[in-house]
Every structure is written in C-alpha cells, then in structure tokens.
Design a protein. Structure first.
Length: 375
C-alpha cells in the first residue's frame, strides 16, 4: 500500500495509526507517521536550539480574544493578526515529544521570485503612503501575498528551515480552523516569566552585503525612524504594566539574508495580567501601524487579502512560568496540496518609495523560497 503524505492526510482528513513514541532521533517518515492521525499538530524549534518539539491533538481550544487566554494555564498558542474573524487557537492537553534531526542542506543558491511590481500593490501603496503623508498615521505596514507551486513535503521544508535559520523560531502548524502554516520568524513578541520579561523592537530592513551585517551608521533616517516608532510604542505600553529594567541601543541583527534594527527591552509586570499585556502589545507597529486601532481598520479595509494568521503570534504560553511568543513573519499557508501562499510586508512612512518597498517584500519572501525543498 503506498504511503499517504501528510498533505493528503490533512486535506482529505485521512487518519492512520501512529507508531510507538519516545523516539529521540526522528526522520521525515517517522514524524509523518507520528502526526498523520491528527488534524491538529505543531512542530517547532526555538532559536539556537537543536531539539525539535512536536505536539499533536485531536481537538483544539478556540478563543475569541487574546484576553480569553486567562482561561488556560498553558498551551501552544496560534493567534491571528486581528481577532474576530479568526480565532485564537490553543493546543493543550495534548501529546508531546522531542526529537533531533540529521544534517540538511537547508538553502538552495537562489529563491523563486514573484512577477514584476503589480498594479494591485502599486495602488495599495499609494493609499497607504497618502495616509501617512497627510498625518493620519505616523506609520502603516503594508503586506502582500503571492502564490507559488511547491511539491515538497511540509516536513522537508520544516527540516530545511531549521537547518538554514538556526537563529529563527521555525514552525509547522496545522489545525482545522487555520489550515497548515510554516514559518521562520526572527521576531520575539514576548518571552520570560512575570518577574523578568523580554521583548524586542525589530524594524527597518536592509540586505546583507556579501553576507555581512551593515554597520550601525549605515542605516538611513527612514529605517531608524521606523524602528524608533516601534521602540517608543513598546516602552509606553510596558510602563503601564510594570517597570523597565533595561534597554539596549539599536543594533544590526541578521534574519536570514536580511538585516534589521533591534532594541532589546527587559522588564517586569508586577504580577499583573499577562493576557492583558499581550493584548496591549499586539499587534505592534512593526506589523501594524499607529494609532493601532485605526491602523488595524485601515489595513482591513485597504489590503487586498485578509492577513489571517500572518503578523499574528504563536508559541508557548504559560501564565505562571516561562512564556515564549513570536510574531508570525516570513511565513506561508498551504492553499492546496501543491500551492502555498507567501506573505510579507514593510513599514510605510512619508519617505517610503514604491520600488524599494516592493523589493523589501520580495527579499522577505525569499527567506522561504530559498529553502532547498522549495521547488
């Protein structure tokens, strides 16, 4: 009997028995067997770690708002850009295992590229640029999508992403509500325990030249201002919940073949409500805009595609111990067995230029299209 692929199982809801657990080293076939009987699962690897985590469940918990996280003690959370249309999905009370994988090539020499600058993106850019230029917003983030044909197994892509991007949070997530997603995000939303928490203001984008990070003095005013907006917002929100313990100066950091400006912020929340803090931070101006509520409405009304879970967040939530949540960037969603939808965005300020912003989204999509299995 021919082996059924993970995509066939997911889209056709076919279930088979899973093999015994307690595997310490697992290949692609073993992982497929471990999750094929389950509609809801996640594989993930946290930054700078070699151990992969796998969680599977027959059911998920669906929450209407981020504040509803107060109903749970812990679990794997997958949250949308905006609540309402899409639920906050929690996988808890589930089976878990850990495993390691062998060597993988990770990257190919060149990634697939989109078509030339589209009319749709051009017209949307004009609307966003007008709104920031006339002072309606101090910043907006414009996202776009593009579809690609991919024959590779989702697990092959997950393995390649883990090998290619050791400093990113890499995941493969599937549920009946969200569909199947894969990502390799560089951005922390929130991590730590209430006594000491950590977030980052990550914004501004440049390509690395010959693999080298740009010097801090080489960042232009547009990128510096874009990142400062995010830093100022995070500091203002955090100060309503607790105490700032320390911050760092902006520094250049690598995310795949790109560089960003990052400021680390360490703080505590004085025992206050963690879901309330997450609601205050998300979505940050790094993926949305300011003023936040008005920016969410503007994005919803003007972007051609619903962001769904792009620019949302995901990771391990624990109300009493360590939480590790990441912004869902450099990601894609399976539309069918061989078609994926990639998503990428960029910050729009009065200084923004159409061609430059398009190229930035192209470069961000190449984080995934450069994977060795992405063919």
């Amino acid at each position: 009997m021919p082996k059924i692929s993970i995509l066939s199982a997911f889209f056709e809801k076919h279930a088979i028995n899973s093999p015994p657990e307690n595997c310490t080293t697992m290949d692609e076939s073993q992982i497929e067997d471990w999750i094929l009987g389950y509609n809801n699962f996640v594989l993930y690897r946290t930054p700078s770690q070699s151990v992969m985590h796998a969680i599977r469940a027959k059911q998920t918990l669906k929450l209407q708002n981020i504040a509803d996280l107060e109903q749970i003690k812990q679990g794997l959370v997958f949250a949308p850009f905006k609540t309402g249309t899409w639920p906050v999905i929690v996988i808890n009370n589930a089976e878990q295992t850990e495993f390691e994988i062998g060597n993988h090539i990770g990257l190919s020499t060149e990634g697939k590229r989109s078509k030339n600058l589209s009319d749709s993106y051009s017209s949307t850019f004009k609307a966003f640029h007008k709104a920031v230029s006339n002072g309606q917003f101090s910043k907006l983030v414009l996202a776009r999508t593009d579809n690609f044909t991919v024959a590779a197994s989702p697990i092959s892509l997950f393995f390649d992403a883990c090998a290619a991007y050791p400093e990113s949070f890499v995941y493969l997530f599937a549920s009946a509500e969200s569909g199947m997603w894969l990502g390799a995000t560089p951005e922390i939303l929130l991590e730590g325990s209430p006594e000491q928490m950590h977030t980052v203001a990550l914004a501004g984008t440049m390509a690395c030249t010959n693999g080298e990070l740009p010097d801090i003095d080489s960042w232009d005013a547009k990128n510096r201002n874009e990142q400062k907006i995010v830093t100022d917002y995070l500091l203002a929100q955090i100060q309503t919940f607790g105490n700032i313990l320390s911050t760092t100066r902006p520094q250049s950091v690598r995310a795949a073949h790109l560089a960003h400006l990052k400021t680390d912020i360490f703080f505590n929340i004085n025992g206050k409500d963690l879901p309330e803090l997450i609601s205050a931070l998300h979505p940050t101006p790094a993926v949305c805009g300011l003023p936040k509520d008005e920016a969410i409405r503007f994005i919803n009304e003007n972007e051609p595609a619903d962001r769904e879970y792009y620019a949302g967040f995901l990771g391990w939530y624990d109300a009493q111990a360590d939480t590790r949540l990441f912004v869902n960037l450099r990601c894609m969603k399976w539309i069918d067995k061989q078609t994926v939808k990639l998503m990428a965005g960029g910050g729009i300020l009065p200084e923004s230029e159409l061609e430059s912003e398009w190229r930035e989204t192209e470069n961000k999509m190449q984080t995934l299209t450069r994977l060795n299995s992405f063919r």
